[in-house]
Design a protein around this ligand. Structure first.
Ligand SMILES: NC(=O)c1ccc[n+]([C@@H]2O[C@H](COP(=O)([O-])OP(=O)(O)OC[C@H]3O[C@@H](n4cnc5c(N)ncnc54)[C@H](OP(=O)(O)O)[C@@H]3O)[C@@H](O)[C@H]2O)c1
Length: 308
């Protein structure tokens, strides 16, 4: 990220991406205002890291801190891959993203000097299940629950433009990390040689190394940056689930021949099963055109980096 020191407000700072982002921003000399819902047992603040708490769905003191920031990064949201998608759960998934985004936009609109840039997470789920179709940021949204959620989430975020704020919505694919997410859930079975693809092997499975999740955010929020509107946050190499499973097996030195069939996937994961592996061939067109250099553009290199 650029050498100019910035004050950056980060929600979801305890999460998979947020925790790595905060570490990286602090290491880069920036001042981080890290938000979590509950301060709990005194997280360690430091000279460049201040922890804040409060309910993002309601007005509160956290909004005063946000008014001082040069950039706002909104990553908080109830985990999509946990629990069954009951009506109550769907309401939580929506409210934790959309109502919180609306509160952030409200804070930006009333700030005397609003942040220059608001980066809001979104997801590749925006596109729904699309088979072989090549998708970029100009492609229309899908028509399932996750797609509708992403459409509403991004629309709420784009409201900050009225306050003169540059807004970028990063549509993340599955973020690969050893510490959580899709890869971490698959690892135990693969390590025992029992792994395999999740559902039909011909479906594209958009992915991104965690270092590029952080890298894309830092690139998008840099002062004078050109990232604006939707940005696909997926690696350039599009890989089908079957290739994906074989590649993971290869990197681990284990076979990957036992597929989890779609029915078992649904029984195990409920409605979210297909949503986790929907089949999307997504290109990171905006990031590549605007010059972002992926650290891990290819799956084998990304998995080797994470697992060896
Ligand atoms: N990881 C992926 O593969 C992936 C893929 C596509 C999109 N995304 C999106 O990118 C964002 C960041 O992803 P992540 O993997 O870092 O997420 P994460 O690890 O699940 O962390 C999100 C943070 O949100 C907060 N949170 C949890 N439940 C909440 C609730 N009910 N209401 C409000 N806040 C809640 C938690 O922070 P506190 O409880 O400490 O406040 C948590 O640390 C998320 O919005 C996610 O949907 C991620």
């Amino acid at each position: 990220m650029s050498a100019a020191r910035q004050t950056i407000f980060v929600t979801g700072a305890t999460g998979l991406v947020g925790s790595r982002l905060c570490e990286s921003l602090v290491a880069g000399g920036h001042r981080v205002l890290a938000h979590r819902r509950d301060l709990g047992s005194e997280p360690a603040s430091g000279p460049n890291l201040t922890w804040l708490s409060g309910d993002l769905l309601r007005r509160g003191d956290w909004q005063d801190a946000l008014a001082d920031a040069d950039a706002v990064v909104h990553l908080a949201g109830a985990p999509v891959a946990e629990g069954r998608w009951t009506r109550a759960r769907k309401n939580e998934l929506r409210a934790s993203r959309i109502a919180s985004t609306e509160q952030i936009v409200f804070s930006l609109a009333r700030a005397a000097r609003p942040a220059a840039v608001f980066l809001c997470a979104s997801a590749s789920g925006y596109y729904g299940a699309r088979g072989e179709e090549r998708l970029d940021e100009r492609s229309p949204a899908g028509d399932d629950f996750l797609a509708a959620l992403c459409v509403e989430w991004e629309a709420a975020a784009l409201g900050a433009r009225e306050a003169g704020v540059r807004v970028a919505c990063l549509r993340f694919g599955a973020i690969l990390s050893r510490r959580g997410g899709a890869l971490a859930r698959m690892l135990p079975a693969f390590r025992l040689g029992l792994g395999g693809r999740l559902g039909p092997g011909d479906r594209y499975f958009p992915w991104l190394h965690e270092a590029d999740a952080v890298g894309l955010i830092e690139w998008a929020i840099q002062p004078g940056g050109s990232a604006e509107g939707a940005v696909n946050a997926v690696a350039p190499e599009a890989v089908r689930m079957g290739e994906w499973a074989r590649c993971l097996g290869r990197v681990l030195g284990r076979s990957a021949r036992l597929p989890l069939p779609g029915v078992a996937l649904r029984l195990a994961l409920g409605e979210r099963g297909p949503a986790l592996v929907p089949g999307q061939f997504i290109e990171p067109r905006a990031a590549l055109e605007m010059g972002y250099g992926f650290r891990h553009p290819r799956l084998e290199g990304a998995l080797s980096d994470l697992l060896r």
